[in-house]
Design a protein around this ligand. Structure first.
Ligand code: SAM
Ligand code: SF4
Length: 538
């Protein structure tokens, strides 16, 4: 039985209520469960900034750039992961340079961009529905340029123009520099497509602008693409080959952010542990950007292979941590096959590298992991968890888990459940398998687990995670957390909110002498499964 609103309701929330309808003798019990499930999902969506559900589709705004105004307004909204939000900042930066201002109302815009995600089918359905909402505005203002950017643009290419008559321009993630030309083409009466993927593009030289920034936390992209070819995943096809960004430009960007008052950076990549950058030798002492980041210090990191030292992820983390002890450093995503003890020792060495690792397991069963082409097995993953616990005992760990992957049996699903029992994750993103066209799994294996089974398995792990999130939060009761104050809590201007080192959301009363961007020591007095609640102590 499939939810008739499949795609409209993410994770088939409505579906659960329909099943409840059929099973009338368990109706009340089931409804209570369904309500708890919805709450669980909402709770579980709160704590992780990297996949912040509350920001999906939000209009992204930027301060006008003085002296550069072409009189045209850009409306841009993003879906999907933090990488997409970070890309929208690159897009806004490129278009601000051509004189565009941003607007929060698409009805007033000359150019409307939607930065898309393809990771699961419902992410794409959401974008198509959103496009329908732009139709009225375009009807009133036929000169309006509507563009689709990002992963869905890359996956569907020119087909998008055939399928969605509203769309004028389709641009893949490596072609954003071409946007001013493409808009010009559309102004000239043509429709335009650029979905060329690049082996080099990292946008390292684009001066970053921050959209809807709180001036405290920023995402910094350190690499693009992915070479892993997990069989379920569309990313290698939509974002191309993996490439690492110039370490000097990353440190320069973080230094600049710190100087502007930012106090937390999150280094982004699909597989940060495979970050590898080789500095060209001639630029070592007096290269571009070397003054801001003290180029010679940069060179003291990394393995010196004579001609060109190599900066790996542990080296990069250290370089960013040294920007200033008051700058918190986070990162996402780590891959279990690549995360090294060297990275773990670097996290342990620096107080300002946060004790939090997102280590997606996807499945707890070795046969399924092999079918997923994850290139590690259950024992390997457990070994990495044990290493984290040994080297960084206070480290919070979160994960991604997929239920109902091709041929997964009940026993194999139970291995995922037992992995959750073993790790007791602080937080998890949990998904039903969604077959994506063109992936290895779509080509090789039948999507043979019935929707109802996928959903039941998902409900089971969501309930399990709820218990462990609560357990982890309870363990912080009575402890003092160092919190970076991010602003007022969503519910009240009498309370501040911020995050602990372990990435837990912390709420506490506004206290004289403390303001956003500062650190506060908060005594934890109460918890929910997603939030610590307490008060500042001196
Ligand atoms: N690069 C990261 C990694 O390897 O863990 C994750 C990238 S992906 C954007 C985020 C998560 O989406 C994955 O970890 C996976 O759990 C989930 N995902 C990806 N493809 C999926 C699919 N076809 N069906 C369901 N979930 C999927
Ligand atoms: Fe997708 Fe795997 Fe690459 Fe993550 S590591 S983006 S899941 S292919």
């Amino acid at each position: 039985m499939i939810c008739p609103r499949k795609g409209l309701c993410s994770n088939n929330k409505i579906f659960i209520l329909l099943v409840a309808d059929k099973l009338s003798h368990h109706y009340i019990k089931f409804c209570i469960f369904a309500v708890q499930f919805l709450r669980m999902e909402m709770d579980l969506l709160i704590p992780d900034k990297v996949h912040d559900e509350s920001r999906q589709g939000e209009a992204l705004l930027l301060e006008p750039v003085v002296g550069k105004n072409n009189g045209r307004k850009l409306y841009i909204e993003s879906y999907g992961c933090a990488m997409n939000f970070s890309d929208s900042e690159i897009v806004a930066s490129i278009l601000a340079d051509s004189g565009f201002e941003t607007t929060s109302d698409f009805n007033n815009a000359d150019v409307v961009f939607i930065n898309t995600c393809s990771i699961r089918e419902n992410a794409e359905v959401r974008v198509r529905n959103r496009l329908k909402e732009f139709a009225g505005a375009k009807f009133k203002n036929p000169g309006m340029v509507v563009g689709v950017l990002g992963c869905m643009a890359e996956r569907l290419k020119a087909k998008f123009l055939e399928e969605e008559k509203l769309v004028d321009v389709v641009v893949g993630p490596d072609a954003y520099r071409d946007l001013p030309n493409l808009i010009e083409q559309v102004d000239g009466g043509q429709r335009a497509v650029n979905v060329l993927l690049s082996r080099e593009e990292t946008y390292a030289d684009i001066s970053p602008v921050r959209l809807n920034s709180n001036g405290i936390n920023a995402f910094v992209s350190i690499m693009r693409g992915c070479d892993n070819m997990c069989s379920f995943c569309v990313v290698p096809f939509t974002r191309g080959r993996e490439r690492s960004r110039d370490a000097v430009s990353i440190v320069a960007e973080c230094t600049d952010l710190f100087n502007q008052g930012y106090r937390e950076v999150t280094l982004l990549g699909q597989n940060v542990d495979s970050y590898k950058w080789k500095k060209p030798h001639p630029a070592l002492s007096k290269g571009e950007g070397s003054e801001e980041v003290k180029g010679s210090e940069v060179l003291s990191f990394g393995e010196d292979l004579g001609e060109a030292p190599i900066v790996n992820f542990a080296n990069l983390l250290e370089m960013v941590a040294l920007v200033g002890p008051e700058l918190r450093v986070r990162f996402s995503t780590s891959h279990p096959k690549d995360i090294t003890d060297e990275v773990l020792y670097t996290i342990a060495k620096y107080d300002n590298i946060c004790n939090y690792i997102h280590l997606p397991v996807q499945s707890g069963n070795s046969r399924i992991l092999e079918l997923m082409n994850r290139t590690y097995d259950r024992d390997w993953y457990i070994n990495r968890i044990d290493a984290i616990r040994r080297i960084i005992p206070e480290c919070a760990i979160s994960t991604d888990m997929i239920t109902g992957f091709c041929t997964e049996t009940d026993e194999e699903h139970n291995d995922s459940v037992s992995m959750m029992d073993y790790v007791k994750y602080d937080f998890a993103y949990m998904f039903k398998y969604s077959e994506r066209p063109g992936t290895l799994a779509a080509k090789r294996y039948a999507d043979d687990i019935p929707e109802v089974v996928k959903q039941a398995r998902l409900a089971e792990i969501v309930a399990k995670q709820q218990q462990y999130s609560f357990y982890r939060m309870q363990a912080r009761l009575g402890r003092v957390e160092k919190v970076l104050i991010e602003g007022f809590s969503k519910k009240s201007n009498n309370d501040y909110c911020g995050r602990s080192d372990q990435n837990a959301m912390v709420i506490f009363p506004v206290t004289e002498g403390y303001k956003p961007g500062q650190y506060a020591n908060v005594l934890v007095e109460r918890t929910t499964s997603a939030t610590l609640i307490g008060r500042i102590i001196d």
